[in-house]
Each structure stands twice: as structure tokens, then as C-alpha cells.
Design a protein around this ligand. Sequence first.
Ligand code: ARG
Length: 417
Amino acid sequence: MAEKVVLAYSGGLDTSVAIKWLKEKYSLDVIAVTIDVGNERDFTAVRQKALDAGAIKALVIDAKELFVKYFIFPALQADAIYEGQYPLGTALSRPLMAKLLVDTALDEDASAIAHGCTGKGNDQVRFEVSINALAPDLKIIAPAREWDMTREETINYAEQHNIPIPITVSSPYSIDECLWGKSIECGALEDPWVEPPEDAYTWTKSPDQAPDKPQYVEIGFEKGIPVSIDGENLDGIALIQQLNEMAGKHGIGRIDHIENRLVGIKSREIYEAPAATVLLQAHQALEAMTLAKDQLRFKQKVAQEYADLIYNGLWFSQLNRDLSTYILSTQRYVTGTVRMKLFKGNSSVVGRKAPKSLYNLSLATYEKGDQFDQSASAGFIHLWGLPIRTQAKVQLLADKEGPLSIMEAKNPGGKIE
Ligand code: ARG
């Protein structure tokens, strides 16, 4: 009997061709595994396509619940956003897929795992680093990195081998979707000067086509996890789906990013992430109410580390464990409700409340009931400014360079009559 390989199967051209190619080149029987992370497809058809292309077995795994609980929500609690722009949908899904591929390979007694990534992207790194960490003895094969065929040659190969060519081949873009967002690249998008054509977007309305009236939505959080929309409790999957739709209608969540890939190149990536955009914003607004200044400052650094770790394929590291322990600890009081206004491509925070809020009206108010002791400020300023006064006397006032050099130029901005 031939040895078996578990293939991460998307239903697209490359992975369909890979089924035959793995048999021809390596004499391996292919078990196709398609993982549903919320990419709304007809999975029955995808499964059938794998069998038609010659897979000996085709499995579809619904991983949405795992994805939300173990990947999306921890990333949301962390406020993980890569380079200030990308909410990391694709990047978060890869370690989960790797885990499920490994489980299947062990169950099915396969000797290898194959994926359809090219040699230029981040996903190959995320898959392989994760698979190697979880099952160091499994071989990894990356057909699209090995076979050296152009897109056209791949289509020819499919035709010659009677592999049904997916209609998606007509799409000029390379697309990856999950609950946390859609990633779009290639085609016209490769020119960073070109505005993304409207057909690149399918999850979001163009902001100028969006409704002329704003929509308000209240999102309830418990310990940093969103649990309700407008007072109605929802499970994570439904909540994210509902927000993707609602915010997408208002044109929210379009992201145009010149991104630094792990493999060293800059690439132009378009994302549609309506739910992620709204939830990250709302979550941060609630943290602003419930975390102290120092906690917020420190957590921002952790958020960046965490985003890099996710992006760079290091999910199964102990650093993840260390950082997520810290992040969870910060979420203890991040409970409350945030009101968002969705309008013409923008979501804005317009209200927030939390039972353990640190915002104290009687300290902040300029109206009656002010409990802030304003007379104490004079002494505070005296001590706060002490190091500056000391330094100015000894160094600054005698120094012609540095912050005082501006004084050298008389009337630097010209005289205003
Ligand atoms: N640049 C993103 C990342 O590395 C998205 C990659 C999306 N892949 C795709 N086939 N379009 O996470």
C-alpha cells in the first residue's frame, strides 16, 4: 500500500493540482483536509472536488468554535494588530490548521503533510514551524514551492489530468478568508499607487454607497470577551458574523497595508475586517476605562510583541504562554458595554460604561461636585518640575544648542504685525 499524505485542501487550483502531483511525483495517496474557519464556502462541493481530483479520502473539519475561543478572542484581548493595521485573520488561522492537520495525519497513519503555499509568503513559515513543533517526525511537502510551474502551466496540468478547474481561477486576486477577515493580494493590487478596484472588496460596501444614516450598536464585554450585541447574548461565532455583516454594510474595515513580510519583502495587502475593526476599537475603549495608565502603557508593548509572534508563526512557543498569561490577567475588570456608531466607512466609539470603571466623574468634572483638590496641584507641580529646574540652571540656560537654540533666531517666523 502506498504511503499517505495529508493535504491542506482549499478547493482552489493549486491544491487540486497538488492531489495528482503528489501521486505522480511521490507516489503518495492523498487525504484532503479542508478546514472551516468561517470562510463561508460550499464545503460539500469542495470535498467532492477533492475526491474528483483523486484524493482517497476528503475530510471537512468545522474549526470555527476552536478558532474563536483559542485564537480570535485571545488576540482581541491582547489588542493584537500587526504594524498598526492588520488584525491577523489569516495569520491566526494557520497554527490552528497545523494542529488539525497533525491530528489527522497521526489518526490516519500518514507519513507527511502537504500544503499549497508558495515560497514567498508567510503562511508556509507558519504551517511548517507549527507542524514541526507539534510532530517533528512528519515530513512536510510544499508542492507549489517545488513544482516550478507558472499559473498557466498549472492550468494546463489540470486540463491534462482531468482535474476540474475551479471557477475562482478567473479571479485576479489571491484570497484567504476566515471569521476575522478577508485577505486579498495580487493582480492590480501589486501596484501600490493603484487604488484597489471595487471588485477586490466583497465583504464591505463602498463607503460612498453605504447608508446615509448612522447605525448605533452596543457591544457587551465580559473580561475582555464580547458576549452581546444590543443586549442580546450571542456565542462568539454568531457575534462575529453579525458584526461582519452589520459593519460591512457601512463600509467599515477596509485596510490597505504595505506590509513587511517575514521573508523580507514588502507587499501590498488589502484586508476586509469589519467585525475585527469594530471589536478591537470597542475593546480598547473599554480598556481605557478600566485599566490604569501604567497598565495600558505596558499592555501596548505586549500587544505589539503578541502581534509579531502571531504574524511570525511562533504560536506554539512558550513566549505565547507567557504573554497570554499576562494578557489574561489584565482582562479581569474589562467588563462593560461600549456603544459604537457605524457610518460611511467609519466606526467610532461614542459611549462606554463599566462596573469597575476608573473614570471618576467627581474627580473629572468641571461642574458642581468637584472633589479634586486643586490646591494640591501647586505642590505637585513644584516637585514634578524640580529635575527640570535643576537641570536648566546648570546646563540648559548656559547652552546655545538643544531646546533653547530656537531663541537664537530672532523672530524665527517673521514679524506678525
Ligand atoms: N499577508 C497576510 C499574512 O501574511 C495574508 C496572507 C493571505 N494569503 C493569501 N493567500 N491571500 O497573514
